[in-house]
Design a protein around this ligand. Sequence first.
Ligand code: PHE
Length: 487
Amino acid sequence: MRVSVRSSGFVCTLCRSKQSRTVGAQWRRYYSAKESPPKTITIEGRTYPLDSHMNTPPAILANIPRRLHLQKDHPLSITRQIIESRFPDHKRHNALFPVVSVHQNFDSLGFAPDHPGRAPSDTYYINKDTVLRTHTSAHEADTFRANESAGYLISADVYRRDAVDRSHYPVFHQMEGAQTWDRRNFSPYVSLADAIWADVEALPKHDIDVEDPNPTIHPERNPLQRAHHSPEEVEAIAAHLKRSLELVVVEIFTHAQRAAAGTDETASREPLRVRWVEAFFPFTSPSWELEVFWQGDWLEVLGCGVTKQDILIDAGVPERVGWAFGLGLERIAMLLFDIPDIRLFWSKDARFLSQFKEPDGKGEESGMMWDVKRFQSFSKYPAAPRDVAFWLPSTTSPAGGQLPATSGVPRQFHENDVMEVVREVAGSAVEDVRLVDEFVHPKTGRKSLCYRVNYRSLERTFTAEEVNALHEKLRKRLTEDLGVELR
Ligand code: PHE
């Protein structure tokens, strides 16, 4: 991918405002050392205007062309294909572009205007109307509008500003799936509910142990969309949704158990247990999460629910009703292949990549044996922890620091800002970052934080000099970008 910027005489009014230290100044530093900040950015041939909302570092954009979910023999691609094999008739969308509008990512799905997911501490913005998608649901409305198939799957890279640790990376991959029925095809001869129940009957059965203690519809916790669905219809949609996704779990975890059996004898003998938990998403109701009991813990595998009818109405298909789910491919691939660190997916090291192989022929063929091999870790290189302690910028509130403000809106210090600076300075040289100490000065009310940054390469041993140089750079950048005072 090429990331190019065009400079102009444009003078950034934002840099006058205080928040520009965290957004505008970053934007300048990313894309131009010159006095005039760039006006536009081109990402894989598409050009977007820039403004003060831009908070996406070039290192994040550089991940766009990797498309790991499509890379042959990559564990994410294998995981995708195993799940796809459960939905042979669903249309696949695997090449949707990651830069989307705020409307696609949030508004079209009914996110409230003040939903925290929209915050610049959580989401990578290109400009005030444009983001890197934070989930594959960003394409729901468009895919419903295109109305090309009753069922579809979307696999794609998604981007979130988040913690730095072994299971979080600012780029990861999700799969979204949906199934809808057209009411006009049924009533008045066969009811929609009966038709969906017939489809449930046509799905394969399984013998796993399913806990589902809650009623399908709960007036407060998991409401029916009363204006659009009857309770009978929602019972049928939920049954189809739950069976379809339980079968996904069977598909994945049977492979995982078989692979784990080599190392852990008990794993293969334990019957698979799953449970349905009530959930909330702005774009489904009722909603659930599916959890799997795996190696002693309940593990959240996916989110799903009955699609909000307003999304289908706005997409021009008011007669369709149905369900949708979304899951994280890394999380599933990590347990399927026993991969201990999410950074490994981005490795170009043959010692990692050569361990995984797709089956020959087409993954969708029924009866295909996926030979899932557990990752044989190449030796673990030593960790080099370094602490950094700092005072947050003074604030009127002793509860927390505040970043400089713009347009009268105070910008709270957010831990994700620390994470972003770490990623920019050290990239995947850092395994995790943890808050190890927090302290409020009894007299001044100023708050001090201490983070432990754990440097560790996946591919070699770092020298102490290398780590010290990275850490020094990090300390400097924390003061410059976040206005903190080192202790
Ligand atoms: N988009 C949701 C997430 O990222 C998952 C989801 C998809 C939930 C579709 C319900 C329906 O967590």
